[in-house]
Design a binder for this molecule. Structure first.
Ligand code: ADP
Length: 160
């Protein structure tokens, strides 16, 4: 039984995140998407909102679950007996960051295996932070996020 974890902030979830989630759910028997709750960070969407959006987006997939992670991901994984960690990579900048992160996680727990999935070319420019900025300026984000996320962003940033 191959069970993997896909951690992230998902503030908000984008089509790029969803693409990785769907592809990983095809490879692994079970995929746990963990939504980060870090009190030091300022999120646009609450952890409940982020979990709710991802749950709604993956509700048809029986092998995907969504949970909150408010500790180090290695601790979360240890508590569940999990050791496969999936990360999405958009390009070389992402890779160097993700590579260092994977080294750090491995030094914290040598049993952790990080698996990198390259983005689909259709989504390689998608970044939650840029999408929020675009939404704030009332830009067209329809090809970047699922409709329910687009609506949630419109509610956060109503037309003035
Ligand atoms: P971000 O603000 O970069 O979207 P997250 O913490 O929400 O940050 O990202 C969670 C994971 O999803 C990371 O491994 C990140 O590299 C990956 N990811 C984010 N956007 C994409 C994308 N467009 N394509 C592939 N992977 C992505």
């Amino acid at each position: 039984m191959l069970k993997a974890v896909f951690p992230g902030s998902f503030d908000p979830p984008t089509l790029g995140h969803l693409n990785i989630i769907e592809r990983a759910a095809h490879i692994f028997d079970e995929l746990v998407v963990t939504v980060a709750e870090n009190r030091q960070k300022k999120y646009l969407f609450s952890v409940e909102e982020r979990v709710g959006m991802i749950r709604a987006l993956v509700q048809d997939r029986g092998n995907i679950s969504v949970e909150v992670c408010d500790c180090l991901i290695v601790e979360f994984m240890k508590s569940r007996g999990l050791n496969l960690l999936v990360r999405g990579v958009r390009g070389t900048d992402d890779f160097s960051y993700e590579f260092e992160l994977s080294m750090m996680n491995r030094s914290l727990n040598p049993r952790i295996e990080t698996l990198f999935m390259t983005t689909d070319p259709a989504y390689f420019v998608l970044r939650s932070s840029a999408i929020k900025e675009l939404a704030w300026f009332q830009g067209d984000i329809s090809g970047m996020v699922p409709p329910l996320v687009e609506e949630a962003l419109r509610r956060k940033f109503p037309v003035p």
